[in-house]
Write a protein that binds this ligand. Structure first.
Ligand SMILES: [Ca+2]
Ligand SMILES: [Ca+2]
Length: 224
């Protein structure tokens, strides 16, 4: 029974929580058109945690549903902070109360390698017409100063490194209080309607969902 559940879970493409996520997971340049494996889709949550799916489902939904702890469909700032606190605990491996430079490096290299500005292998020689198109689009995005980069490519907010940007006192460590403060600062950028809560449907579409939509549209066109 457990095994069947595990297989079903695998088939659903839901990845393990961040700290257990496989490092070598297929990472595609944002904007690559493709549905399903190996086109894993990533969402970097506002407080920096990566969520990954198989390319058919929106990873932002995984984040939303988990952060919405009372499952009323409304995500409050307190819920987002509690979710961020839980993530903080997974990053603060030595439980010093601060994400130190080593732990930050682990975050960037192992937990959320997608956020690195230039990924090794990112610019592999494109072969197919679609890959060439994607490579051009990626180059255009990098050339545009205002364009998202780092975590911003995968996120609702254009914050290249969502953990390090919470180091308000610049001591090269991020405390729980700093991350909580970052949540307060980021909240108005998400709750643009000033309702005091977020709903999945009113959040801007995630980059992954836009990819999924584009992919579906392309597939529909082919079948017509
Ligand atoms: Ca809620
Ligand atoms: Ca600090």
């Amino acid at each position: 029974m457990i095994w069947t559940l595990f297989l079903a879970w695998q088939a659903a493409g839901v990845q393990a929580p961040a700290e257990q996520a496989p490092v070598e997971q297929a990472i595609v340049v944002n904007g690559a058109i493709g549905c399903g494996p190996p086109f894993a889709k990533t969402y970097i949550a506002p407080m920096g945690e990566p969520f990954r799916t198989d390319g058919f489902t929106d990873p932002m939904k995984l984040w939303f549903d988990r952060a919405d702890a009372d499952h009323d469909g409304r995500l409050t700032l307190a819920e987002m902070q509690a979710d961020s606190d839980r993530f903080f605990a997974t990053l603060d491996k030595d439980r010093s109360g601060e994400i130190d430079p080593d732990e930050m490096s682990y975050y960037e290299n192992v937990v959320a390698p997608e956020i690195k500005l230039y990924q090794r292998g990112q610019d592999k020689r494109p072969h197919t017409r679609e890959q060439k198109h994607d490579a051009k689009a990626a180059a255009r995005r990098r050339a545009d100063y205002e364009a998202p980069y780092g975590a911003g490519l995968w996120a609702s907010l254009n914050i290249p490194q969502p953990i390090v940007s919470a180091d308000f006192d610049l001591n090269r460590g991020v405390s729980r209080a700093e991350l909580d403060q970052a949540a307060v600062n980021r909240w108005p950028l998400l709750d643009t309607a000033h309702r005091g809560y977020l709903t999945y449907d009113t959040l801007a579409k995630s980059p992954s969902q836009m990819d999924i939509d584009a992919c579906r549209a392309a597939a529909d066109k082919q079948h017509r």
